[in-house]
Design a protein around this ligand. Sequence first.
Ligand code: ADE
Length: 241
Amino acid sequence: MTFAATVLTLYPEVFPGPLGFSLAGRALDAGTWSLETKNIRDFATDKHRSVDDTPAGGGAGMVLKPDVLAAALDHVADRDLQRRPMLAMTPRGAPLTQARVRELAAGPGAIILCGRFEGFDERIFEARPVEPVSIGDYVLSGGELGAMVLLDACVRLLPGVMGSASSGEEESFETGLLEYPHYTRPLIWEGRTIPEVLRSGDHAKIAAWRHEQAVNDTRLRRPDLIERHGGASQAPPSGAR
Ligand code: ADE
């Protein structure tokens, strides 16, 4: 089954952008996933093809009109035999997590609405089953980069995309911990040596060391993850002593 992405945007020409390269690009060429864009402006109804209007109650910026958004979403949803989830990229959304990415990647794909300006008329979230999603606590100038981030995170999990690389089970966030640090040749670089344990050949010792590093780095950099998952009390990977 192909993972099918449809992106509704005012800037369809920015896609596939970085998704056309590397893992995601090769998977796109191979037909592992598909990417379709729809220009939201094509669903405007007035002679100026307007998609936005001034905020009710005053304030800066412009707001995407609910009638135009609904027409765009309905156009895609009405033809969508697979009933893909509808997402809207907005800093007001629930933070995207690796768990949600896994769920999406296991499904038929996604219909993704990208905002510009101040955002969407809030009534779209009541009138249509659209899930607001944020990629982080900062404000982008539009949802397109967010949609690319979300799609990249999904696509790399599709069967065959990562090839012989790890299944991702030990990666950051899969275990509730940041991933352990990596090293490669040269053995000594600018006077710094690769940790001795990694050269020991003792796989149990290496696994235990990596787990300890992961716990320490998570405590330091992402104490919120420890809070959320009880990360420090997590079992080390099997094979570790
Ligand atoms: N659009 C603007 N900022 C965003 C964010 N942080 N996440 C998703 N979409 C956005």
